[in-house]
Design a protein. Structure first.
Length: 294
């Protein structure tokens, strides 16, 4: 069977009438693309769609709430406000954002995912490509950003990497399971051949990067992983560890709606790049570029 199916081939493959298939196309509830005037259906995407149980989930065609779930980022938070997009934020971590996106509870998910093994440059796109319920999602680049250890001014424990965090028993504030910064921590520990049990971690996770910063400023923690922008805003020192992709995932049907378009247009404005330079630790040269389409 070919990689891309015509309408009659897709209808036969899904055991649907062509009329029913066209209804699903009109509702943006089935993965497809229009090429030179005719609809084509990627067989692999149809397989994921069926496996995810979306054949009976046409309600996903309902408009999603104007909320950006997933990870917190100070540049994104500012851009949502200044762009006039009307999009609110619900920062719970990258994996939580993708789960909400799959259930239609948010319009976008801000993600920065990491893997124990493999190329982190493709981690966001790969996660979306294989996630149940996300057959029709597009990944838009927001920025590459710098992540590292936040420490008190002057870096009193002279921390430069996770090995020193472990050996010097520095109190480290963690993010919740599934948060991008926590996934980065686990990946970096694995590459350094360290266990998370080797760290003197606080019992209570910090929901966002600014919460990590507050734990350090209050003296409850000695360090934690967050972005350079968070460190600068909090007046903390920053020990760089890695650059990462910070992307926005949303359904293709929502990409052209006014809230998303207002944000994407603002990301191309010079004031957005200027703000990124002020915060520090951002590369926004490819902001707004399509990085992956399911």
């Amino acid at each position: 069977m070919p990689e891309f199916l015509t309408t009659d081939e897709a209808a036969a493959y899904l055991r649907l009438s062509e009329r029913k298939l066209y209804e699903l196309v009109a509702a943006s509830a089935v993965p497809c693309s229009k090429v030179t005037g005719r609809w084509l259906f990627p067989k692999a995407a149809l397989d994921r769609w069926v496996a995810a149980g979306l054949l009976t989930s046409a309600p996903l065609a309902q408009p999603a709430p104007t909320i950006v779930g997933g990870s917190h980022d100070p540049l994104l938070e500012w851009a949502l406000r200044e762009s006039g997009s009307g999009l609110a934020t619900l920062p719970e971590g990258s994996e939580a954002g993708l789960r909400r996106l799959s259930r239609g509870e948010v319009m976008m998910a801000a993600i920065h995912l990491h893997r124990i093994d493999g190329d982190d440059e493709t981690a966001n796109a790969d996660a979306v490509a294989h996630a149940p319920g996300l057959h029709d999602v597009v990944v838009i680049g927001f920025a590459r950003r710098e992540q590292g250890l936040l420490v008190a001014p002057g870096n009193p424990l002279k921390l430069a990497d996770l090995a020193q965090v472990a050996t010097r028993r520095a109190r480290i504030a963690l993010r919740p399971s599934g948060a991008g910064a926590q996934l980065l921590l686990l990946a970096l520990l694995s590459r350094a051949k360290l266990s998370i049990d080797a760290l003197a971690a606080l019992d209570q996770p910090s929901p966002t990067g600014p919460d990590i910063a507050q734990a350090i400023r209050s003296g409850r923690a000695d360090c934690g992983i967050a972005s350079r922008g968070v460190a600068r805003a909090a007046g903390l020192d920053f020990m760089p560890l890695a650059w990462e992709r910070f992307d926005l995932a949303l359904r293709q049907r929502d990409h052209f709606l006014p809230p998303a378009q207002a944000l994407f247009a603002f990301m191309r404005h010079p004031v957005f790049a200027e703000r990124a330079r002020e915060l520090g630790g951002y590369d926004v040269a490819a902001a707004g570029a399509v990085r992956h389409v399911n």
